[in-house]
Design a protein around this ligand. Structure first.
Ligand code: FAD
Length: 361
């Protein structure tokens, strides 16, 4: 007879791992991961920052609610974020600052002199910025390992090289077929499959929501003069680049969002070149060498908010997907929200309503 679990979670990236940990032994949990090791896809490829404005006002409650837990557990380090703008963008700067100040995010508008003091070599033309002092770097690998260890401690089982290939609804749950052989049974099926979320829904007979994987490129470069350690995360208000220092190097992205099938994403040369060209529009530093390049898939629902909750039509099928570019910085609050819904507990720090899958009906 197939082994039976209360909850099977498909995907052991940040989403699946954090949820398995949040369930905390209150259910018999199986975590299924297609790859030989968890964290190989989006989770292992992030830019590793926590910024309350990133992802927009609809995501901010999850980011803010995650902050104190991440800080208290030692996963954050000071960084600061500077969203820079050109002459002519004054109204957009004011609106950006006002939008997040109204939500309780600490923001400060800086003039050219104050920006140049924080970003040496800033080219002329960048005249204003919104500074977020509370932005932090996140130790993503340590956070993911923490969740996996907590899940293990709570007696959740992690099966790697265990791709879900079939899911059949039964009277009291699901019968799952795995690519590596065994069948298992579970009561609730959680879709935490990142870029594969729609494909996993289709496997289970649930209607796909239209979660689209978009490729994002990162490069690690050596610049002269060397990137100062205290440089903030610098983002372009027009969303054409961001960069931050990392151990004497610079991590840089052209802020690309290229539609992609769900796959093992790889960077394209044109995106690497675009990233460097855009950096050179912002600062007068010399790019000496591209040391590393990588790409990952950020997966978005049509309204770019995450999708957390039971499917309104397909019984016992739970969405934990669409974490876009904010799935690390929101992980603690999102996992708490999802665990409460799965266990039928009352709402926690964040209202689940805006994230309910029923909004796509
Ligand atoms: C370049 C880049 C920069 C980013 N920067 C940041 C940042 O600074 N801050 C931030 O908060 N977020 C950032 N993100 C976003 C963040 O990385 C993601 O939101 C987060 O990692 C999503 O986690 P996940 O577990 O949903 O997805 P994944 O990590 O992709 O995990 C999904 C897992 O599901 C598995 N899976 C799929 N199908 C099956 C199946 N059928 N059976 C079993 N397993 C399956 C996959 O193998 C995969 O391991 C960034 C992302 C990228 C790409």
């Amino acid at each position: 007879m197939a082994q039976r679990y209360d909850i099977a979670i498909v995907g052991a990236g940040m989403a699946g791992a954090s949820l398995a940990a949040a369930l905390g032994g209150r259910a018999r949990v199986l975590l299924l991961e297609a790859e030989v090791r968890p964290g190989y896809h989006a989770t292992g490829r992030s830019a590793a920052f926590w910024a309350e404005s990133y992802g927009g006002p609809g995501v901010q409650p999850l980011t803010t609610a995650s902050g104190s837990w991440l800080q208290g557990h030692g996963f954050l380090a000071p960084r600061g974020a500077l969203t820079i703008a050109r002459a002519g963008q004054e109204a957009a700067v004011e609106a950006f600052a006002a939008r997040f100040a109204a939500l309780g995010v600490r923001v400060e508008i800086l003039d050219r002199a104050a920006i140049a003091a924080r970003v040496p070599g800033l080219r002329p033309g960048w005249t204003m910025a919104v500074f977020e002092p509370d932005c932090r770097d996140i130790d993503v690998a340590a956070l993911h390992q923490h969740y996996l260890a907590a899940a293990r401690h709570a007696e959740a089982e992690l099966w790697c090289s265990a791709r879900l290939v079939g899911a059949t609804a039964t009277a009291d749950g699901w019968r799952l077929r795995l690519g590596n052989g065994p069948e298992v049974a579970c009561g609730l099926l959680v879709n935490a499959a990142g870029a594969w979320a729609d494909a996993v829904a289709a496997l289970a007979g649930a209607r796909p929501i239209g979660i689209r994987p978009l490729r994002r490129t990162m490069v690690q470069i050596r610049v002269a003069p060397a990137a100062p350690a205290e440089l903030p995360l610098v983002l372009d208000l027009s969303e054409r680049f961001y960069f931050k220092p990392e151990a004497g190097r610079l991590w840089l992205s052209p802020h690309d969002e290229t539609p992609s099938p769900a796959c093992d994403a790889a960077p394209e040369e044109i995106d690497v070149a675009t990233a460097i060209a855009r950096l050179e529009e912002a600062v007068d530093w010399t790019v000496e060498r591209v040391e590393r390049r990588w790409a990952g898939l950020r997966s978005f629902a049509p309204d770019r908010l995450p999708v957390y909750g039971f499917d309104p039509v397909c019984p016992r099928f739970f969405w934990f997907a669409g974490q876009g570019g904010f799935g690390i910085q929101t992980a603690p609050a999102a996992a708490d929200l999802a665990a409460r819904l799965l266990l039928g507990e009352g709402a926690g720090a964040v209202d689940p309503a805006p994230y309910a899958p029923a909004r796509f009906c």
